[in-house]
Design a protein around this ligand. Sequence first.
Ligand code: GLN
Length: 536
Amino acid sequence: MSKHIFVTGGVVSSLGKGLTSASIGTILERRGLRVRMQKLDPYINVDPGTMSPFQHGEVYVLDDGSETDLDLGHYERFTNSPLSRESNYTSGRIYSRVIQKEREGKYLGKTVQVVPHITDEIKAAVRGLSGPDVDVVITELGGTVGDIEGLPFFEAIRQIPLDIGRENCLFIHLTLVPYLKAAKELKTKPTQHSVQQLREIGIQPDILIVRTERELGRENADKIALFCNLEKRAVIEEKDKEFSIYEVPVGLVEYGLDKLILEKLHLQAGPSAMEDWEDLVTRIKNPKHEVNIAVVGKYIEHRDAYKSIYEALDHAGFAHSTRVIVKRIEAELLERQEAASALAGIDGILVPGGFGHRGIEGKIQAVRFAREQNVPYFGICLGMQVAVIEYARHQIGLDDANSTEFEGDTPHPVICLLEEQRTVDSKGGTMRLGAQPCLLKEGSLISAVYKRSEISERHRHRYEFNPEYRQRFEAGGLSLCGSSPSGKLVEAIEIPKHPWFVAVQFHPEFKSKPNRPHPLFYGFIEAALKRHQSRM
Ligand code: GLN
């Protein structure tokens, strides 16, 4: 039977619960255990796909096409846990299932209630991940203890030990111990309150992970243990990391978290094999080079809106022993300011995915600058669409070319709705989503980068390259270097005359790992490094 670990949070949100859960997965896998990761989100949206990146940060897409919480990105980057639709549940999804069953008469005349019907559905979602090939299921609860909408989830996980045995479950609670400048002290009271709240619900945490800016110290840890009814060694400190989030698992092992978890769950496992992860951290801490990359987007102020892109850039940097310095540029700025001044000193330009017309002309300016000045360019999804528009306007002579997303009656719709999208009205889960095969043109830069001619990448879009313009682009020197197996859809473009200009309709950032950078990011950073070195 699989064991279950529940990770809850208290005091404040944005504590890095996703990162910590993922790191717990890492350290257990390094002990040879087979791990499954899951996130439960108490909000009512059925999935985050309809939410603005300003609200929610990036929407993370899985192979199976599910649109999920960005914490699943951490799970994929930190562990080998296979992820699917079952890895992310929201209140909306749980309630939809229960309401559907009610309509089908499955409750046989009963009054349908939060307890037991909603809680049973949550428990089924959690237990659904266990199985003979899974040692540990790690389930992270979104939000913080005490949130009204989180209550059914807390109640459900409170009940699970009653069903499968307390010895098979472990509750890990993550809190903050803030440093008060005026008092020159770390304060443990919010943590005590948070655990009190958890215990009121009926959950006694087994392990407390304490996030701090400054060293917690034994005295504070012991005090927390006493007031929270925990063993002293079960209070683990997780201090802010100086260099990188990839240091977190190494720190947790130093504090003996893996050993403690194994002991408390009565699990047999091998010795800790963290060498590869330690090597990675050494490489991260000692870069030999640096490059300046501009990310030109519209959700620039939101730290998490392009989360996987920033991570994938870093991964490629790790592999090149290079510190990637990202300059986040608000696309609209390029509508007011000369690209040459805004992008001065930049070694590579990346335009990520996005929706809606705000900032589009600025992104087109960024593409134009990259193309004309031979700056490495990497376009992702919308970043490919704006590259196509730019090329049409300035290289093919289609002055008014546009995407019908931004201008419904443009005379040259070089980007238009996918055929399958024309009759779609509903917004949730209706884009072209998930893993799709793609064939790469022989002799192209992109096929050299991948070292393959057939790839599979994840998609999330409604618009596509308009096939009616195929010939005009090809005659005009743009290489349509990636296509769907039927040859119908253009999935990648490049400019052969340019040192490195590649744009793709899919999202490679979702498949990059810290120890295994995505080939496109690897190639992009390599090209940027070359430019940097020739500039110096
Ligand atoms: N808005 C564009 C589309 O729907 C691009 C989407 C994206 O960048 N993810 O096709």
